[in-house]
Design a protein around this ligand. Structure first.
Ligand SMILES: *[C@@H]1O[C@H](CO)[C@@H](O)[C@H](O)[C@H]1NC(C)=O
Ligand SMILES: *[C@@H]1O[C@H](CO)[C@@H](O)[C@H](O)[C@H]1NC(C)=O
Ligand SMILES: *[C@@H]1O[C@H](CO)[C@@H](O)[C@H](O)[C@H]1NC(C)=O
Ligand SMILES: *[C@@H]1O[C@H](CO)[C@@H](O)[C@H](O)[C@H]1NC(C)=O
Length: 410
């Protein structure tokens, strides 16, 4: 058993690039060598509905675990992707949006940030089935810089084999899952991102023309995974950082790309981005969690029992109706909670802020739960556990760095 924080953007989990793909040499070129900056907007505020998030996370975790435990073939299996897509499509609350623009003239739309997948996609006209979205549909006919990617292009071959196809439409993908689906074709256009709308020509993206589900107020997904299709790979920036504000109602959270992305200072800590030998083609960023400390006890793995033994004096209540394992009746009490410390390879240590792992889950604040769920195989450090941290993904340096920060001042 290991631990997982409630969240949607998946994080520290690494991977090697798939061997055998050609570099995407003809694709997006950055005129901004130094770097650029954008902002992330939280869809729903926390303390929010942790129960609903836990339910969605359970599904997402199941597919992640199968991807992490299995072979590269498992990673691209339909059931694994079904779960991921389903969770994404359901995950309005708790997710973060980033503003993107596509085309000439540009059409701006909000997309859900996802560090656990590579393909950036939006719904395209003419749509045979589309979910409601807050912005007009991107229309290829309305963009002078749009083109379709041919089947032979390396980025077409970077789509998971189980979902891609080739026909008269072009390089097509068709992801089906239990409560919905998204299908379309791979295209390229000028992509704008960031506050000064830095633009990149010939960026590959998914033009989805048949979709089912509900994206919680977004018009698509922006993929920041580790693979060739990922925005970070395509734009050649190779590093990005962000800082999720726990007071997101007070303003947006910064995300920085390229040379602007740097986590420094005496508090900064780093751990290698490692490879999962069982899934070498995975888009996930992996780090090596070497130990967990709960209160004064060093655990090889996270343990609810140990946590419980250090909550003496509080009434334990069933967490089932909140979808958590371990809950307490807290009333208006200021409850003493054992500290939670995560240790990573190379000596990096993260003392998790209390509200990132123990918080009220009901409206009146009478019941508080351990927001860490049991899992097999893979653990996920999610959005909530990363709040008020400035985190850096350095793909070339194969390093994940973090430091506590005042996100608003970055
Ligand atoms: C949280 O969401 C679940 C279902 O998604 C709902 O049953 C529950 O009432 C919600 N709780 C709160 C406090 O909004
Ligand atoms: C190509 O395949 C996609 C996905 O299966 C399908 O939706 C589309 O209609 C096909 N296009 C043609 C021209 O056959
Ligand atoms: C990050 O900051 C460190 C220390 O200030 C500096 O040595 C390094 O060059 C910076 N890296 C980038 C990519 O800006
Ligand atoms: C994780 O770190 C431990 C301790 O340094 C090491 O023994 C182990 O091989 C590492 N695992 C991976 C997958 O890198």
């Amino acid at each position: 058993m290991a631990c997982k924080a409630v969240a949607e953007a998946l994080l520290p989990l690494a991977a090697v690039l798939v061997v055998g793909f050609l570099p995407p040499a003809t694709f997006a070129k950055s005129p901004h060598k130094h770097g650029f900056r954008a902002t992330l907007t939280r869809v729903h505020q926390y303390p929010g509905n942790y129960s609903a998030a836990a339910r969605r996370d359970a599904r997402r975790l199941a597919s992640l675990s199968s991807a992490a435990a299995g072979s590269a073939r498992t990673h691209t299996s339909k059931s694994s992707f079904r779960g991921l897509l389903q969770a994404l499509v359901e995950n309005g609350a708790g997710a973060y949006h980033m503003s993107l623009s596509l085309g000439t003239p540009p059409l701006t739309f909000p997309a859900i940030l996802d560090t656990g997948s590579d393909l950036t996609w939006t719904q395209c006209a003419t749509c045979s089935a589309c979910f409601a979205q807050p912005t007009p549909l991107y229309d290829p006919a309305g963009s002078s810089t749009f083109w379709k990617l041919p089947c032979g292009s390396p980025l077409c071959r970077a789509l998971p084999r189980a979902f891609r196809g080739c026909n008269a439409t072009g390089c097509v993908y068709d992801y089906r899952y239990t409560v919905g689906f998204t299908a379309g074709y791979l295209a390229a256009d000028t992509l704008g991102v960031g506050e000064d709308t830095s633009s990149f020509t010939n960026a590959a993206f998914g033009c989805s023309t048949a979709n089912g589900g509900d994206m919680g107020g977004a018009s698509g997904i922006v993929g920041l995974g580790r693979g060739a299709l990922s925005l970070v790979s395509q734009l050649g920036v190779r590093r990005f950082s962000y800082c999720l504000r726990s007071d997101a109602d007070a303003g947006a959270s910064p995300i920085l790309f390229g040379s602007l992305a740097n986590v420094t200072g005496s508090e900064a800590q780093s751990t290698p981005l490692v490879t999962n030998p069982a899934a070498p083609g995975s888009p996930y960023y992996y780090v090596n969690l070497t130990g967990v400390t709960v209160g004064s006890a060093d655990l090889p793995v996270a343990g609810d029992t140990r946590f419980l033994s250090q909550m003496a004096g509080l009434t334990s209540v069933s967490g089932a109706r909140f979808d958590f394992d371990l809950c307490f009746a807290v009333g208006a009490m200021e409850v003493p909670v054992p500290r939670l410390v995560l240790r990573f390879e190379g000596g990096a240590v993260y003392t998790v802020p209390r509200t990132s792992y123990f918080d009220a889950v009901d409206e009146r604040g009478d019941v508080a739960c351990l927001l860490v769920l049991p899992t097999r195989g893979v653990s996920v450090i999610g959005n909530v556990m990363q709040m008020d941290l400035h985190v850096l993904y350095d793909l070339d340096g194969r390093t994940f760095s973090f430091a506590t920060a005042d996100c608003a001042s970055l």
